[in-house]
Design a protein around this ligand. Structure first.
Ligand code: URA
Length: 239
């Protein structure tokens, strides 16, 4: 919901001050009803007319980069009433996450209301690279790293990581931190490929998405993407 004068102004019809005057003069109608109160809130489905002209509401595109905390769900609502990633972002626009991170996965998530960009980023032909840091149960054998690098078949389709690199071993706890870079976006794909070679993923974080990272954002923090970054993301579309 937005204030009526703001919606009129952002349509380009007139300035916000002039929109306020038109409202108090009784010239503005919302869904056929005259509205003279300045505080009135409308949403983007409401039909606004001024002097009989329908206002063309320009829906502003919004782009956010979130460092997703654990225990937030990527759907817009949840029947189990779990917290949603969208609830972390202060906006009145209907935004949604680009792809999904599991409930217990942390890290980089893009949210937007720009369907065209979301499609570009999620389309397999555009090979958008994502870097994940996985803490796994057990220590990878050379043979297993080779299997991972050559690609693991999941549901009859091969997932071939672009890079697999062991970052840290803990021989006492029998765990390992592994960096894995993949271009595809199937649900639970990282957990599934490790499971396939007999290692459970204990923790998972998405560290990078194309050229973006969340190094400067604490868990739960977000920022808007700059115009330059949005353009760069659009340029990931294969020509
Ligand atoms: N792969 C997974 O297994 N989980 C995620 O959240 C993202 C990629």
């Amino acid at each position: 919901m937005e204030r009526l004068q703001k919606v009129i102004a952002s349509s380009g019809y007139t300035s916000r001050r002039k929109a306020e005057e038109l409202i108090t003069q009784g010239k503005v109608y919302v869904n056929g009803k005259q509205v003279k109160e300045l505080g009135t809130k409308v949403n983007y489905e409401d039909v606004i007319t001024i002097d009989g002209n329908v206002i063309n509401k320009e829906i502003q595109k919004e782009y956010y980069l979130l460092n997703k905390p654990r225990n937030y769900i990527c759907s817009l609502s949840d029947e189990k009433k779990r917290k949603t990633v969208v609830s972390l972002i202060e906006t009145s626009t209907r935004i949604y996450p680009v792809g999904r991170l599991d409930y217990d996965t942390t890290g980089l998530l893009i949210l937007t209301n720009d369907g065209e960009l979301a499609n570009i980023l999620m389309h397999p032909s555009n090979n958008v690279e994502k870097v994940y840091i996985a803490k796994i149960e057990g220590i990878l054998m050379v043979e297993e790293i080779k299997r991972l690098s050559e690609g693991i078949i999941i549901d009859k389709v091969k997932c071939k990581p672009k890079r697999v690199k062991v970052r840290k071993k803990d021989l006492e706890k029998n765990t390992e931190i592994v960096e894995i870079s993949i271009v595809e976006g199937r649900n639970h794909i990282v957990k599934r490929i490790f499971n396939e070679i007999g290692h459970e993923v204990i923790k998972l974080k998405r560290e990078k998405y194309a050229f973006l990272d969340v190094k400067d954002l604490a868990s739960g923090e977000y920022r808007t993407l700059s115009l330059k970054e949005v353009k760069k993301l659009y340029n990931l579309k294969s020509k």
